[in-house]
Ligand binder design. Structure first.
Ligand SMILES: [Zn+2]
Length: 403
C-alpha cells in the first residue's frame, strides 16, 4: 500500500501555465460518486498534472484525460484528484497505466486573464488605500473581489484606468518559489501567514502576491479589465470585474442590447435613457387617467340604478380600491340596503366593497364566505374582500334571496 501522505502530484501548471497537454502515470484510480445526472465517475490521481484544482477561490480546469471528460479537480494534501466521467460502467484504467491529458485551453487562458487582472486591481487598491482583498471568486459565471474597506466611486474608475494602462505597457510577470529567508525582506500581499516555500507572483512595480494559480506571461495578454459592479459587502465592497475575452463577450452583448433598443426607439444610443424616462412618465400619467376614467365610469353606472331599488350592485372589469369605495359611498346615499361594487370576472373572481347606511354588511360577507368561500371582512358599515362566484349568485346574496 502506498502512503497517501507521501504522494505529491507534480503541478505542471506551476512551472508552465501554457502547457496544455501532458502524459502521466496513474498513481491511484477508484470509482467515485457520480455527477448530478448519476453518471459513474472515476477518481484518478496522477504522478503529474496540468490540471489546476479548485483552489484559492478559483474554479478548476476543464479538459480530457484518457478520453474522458474531467468534471472536477480537487486537491487533498498534496494529492490532486481528477474526477473523470465514465462513458460506460466498465472502466479501463488501472494503477501504473500511462495516460494522456489535455486541459481546455480557452477556458484556462480565460481564467489566467481574469486572475492576473485581479492581481493588478488588488495590488493597486492595496497601494492606494491599504485595503486587503479578503475574498476572491473566479468561476465560469463571475469574478468577484472582496475588499475590507470602501473605495469611492471615482477612485474605482481611476484604478480601472491604471490597471488598463499596466495591461497596455505589457510588462512581464515574474513567478518564483521563495524560502522564508528569501521572503524576509520581500513586500507582498497574502491572505494567510505562510510558512515554508511560497510561490510569489510579481508584476514588477505594480504588485507582489502569494498565489498558487496560473498567470499570464505578460500583462498585454489580459487585454482589458472592466469593472462591472460594486456593492457594499461586510463593511467593505465586493467588486465584479471582467477581463480579456469575457470583457469582449460582455461588451458584445451590451452593445447588441443598446443597438436593438436604440433601433426600436428610433433614437441614438445616448438618447435611450432620457427617452425611456419620458416613456415611463407618460405611462404613469396614462395609468392615472385610466384609473380616473374607470372611477368616473363606476359612479356613472351606480347612478343609473333607480333610487327606489333597496339594494344596489355594480359589476366592473377593473377599478382600484379607492374608486370602488367612492362609488359605494355614492350609492349608500341613495339606497337604504346593501350597496356593492364588484371588480373582476366570473372566471377569475371579484374583489368587492360592500357598504350600507343602515344594515350590518358583515352579514353579507359572512353569507358570501359561507356560500362561496369568500375572503375578507370589515366593519358594519363597510366590508371588503374577494369572492369567486357568478354575478347572478352574488346579486341573490346581496338581495337576501340566497336561501
Ligand atoms: Zn492569485
Amino acid at each position: 500500500m502506498r502512503d497517501a501522505s507521501e504522494v505529491k502530484t507534480i503541478k505542471r501548471y506551476e512551472e508552465d501555465a501554457y502547457q496544455a497537454a501532458f502524459d502521466a502515470v496513474i498513481v491511484s484510480v477508484q470509482e467515485a460518486a457520480g455527477g448530478k445526472d448519476g453518471t459513474p465517475c472515476l477518481d484518478v490521481v496522477l504522478d503529474q498534472t496540468c490540471f489546476f484544482p479548485e483552489e484559492g477561490g478559483q474554479s478548476p480546469d476543464k479538459g480530457v484525460i484518457a478520453g474522458m471528460d474531467v468534471v472536477d479537480v480537487r486537491i487533498r494534501g498534496g494529492e490532486i484528484h481528477h474526477v473523470l466521467k465514465m462513458q460506460d460502467a466498465e472502466h479501463p484504467l488501472t494503477e501504473g497505466d500511462r495516460v494522456h491529458g489535455m486541459i481546455d485551453w480557452p477556458h484556462r487562458f480565460s481564467n489566467m486573464q481574469q486572475h492576473s487582472g485581479e492581481h493588478l486591481f488588488s495590488g493597486i487598491v492595496h497601494r492606494r488605500f491599504g485595503f486587503e482583498n479578503k475574498g476572491f471568486h473566479l468561476s465560469d459565471r463571475e469574478v468577484t473581489l472582496d475588499f475590507d474597506g470602501v473605495i469611492p466611486e471615482d477612485a474605482i474608475r481611476e484604478i480601472e484606468q491604471e490597471v488598463n494602462e499596466v495591461i497596455w505597457r505589457n510588462i512581464p510577470s515574474e513567478i518564483r518559489v521563495t524560502t522564508p529567508e528569501e521572503r524576509a525582506d520581500l513586500v507582498y500581499r497574502s491572505k494567510l501567514d505562510l510558512d515554508g516555500d511560497v510561490r510569489i507572483v510579481t508584476f514588477p512595480g505594480v504588485d507582489s502576491c502569494a498565489c498558487c494559480a496560473p498567470h499570464v506571461r505578460r500583462t498585454g495578454e489580459i487585454g482589458v479589465l472592466k469593472v462591472i459592479s460594486v456593492i457594499n459587502w461586510k463593511g467593505g465592497v465586493r467588486i465584479s470585474i471582467l477581463c480579456g475575452g469575457r470583457a469582449l463577450a460582455y461588451f458584445r452583448e451590451a452593445h447588441a442590447i443598446v443597438a436593438q433598443t436604440a433601433g426600436y426607439l428610433t433614437t441614438s444610443p445616448d438618447q435611450i435613457y432620457p427617452q425611456v424616462v419620458r416613456l415611463k412618465e407618460e405611462t404613469r400619467r396614462m395609468e392615472a387617467e385610466l384609473r380616473k376614467a374607470a372611477s368616473e365610469k363606476l359612479i356613472r353606472e351606480a347612478l343609473l340604478i333607480p333610487d327606489e331599488e333597496e339594494h344596489a350592485a355594480v359589476f366592473a372589469e377593473a377599478a382600484d380600491g379607492a374608486a370602488m369605495r367612492a362609488a359605494v359611498s355614492a350609492m349608500t346615499e341613495r339606497h337604504s340596503g346593501y350597496c356593492g361594487v364588484f371588480c373582476g370576472s366570473e372566471a377569475d373572481g371579484y374583489t368587492f366593497v360592500i357598504g350600507s347606511a343602515k344594515s350590518d354588511c358583515r352579514v353579507i360577507s359572512s353569507a358570501l364566505k359561507e356560500r362561496f368561500g369568500a375572503r375578507g371582512g370589515g366593519k358594519p358599515d363597510m366590508v371588503q374582500g374577494f369572492v369567486k362566484a357568478s354575478e347572478h349568485d352574488v346579486r341573490s346574496v346581496l338581495a337576501g334571496r340566497a336561501e
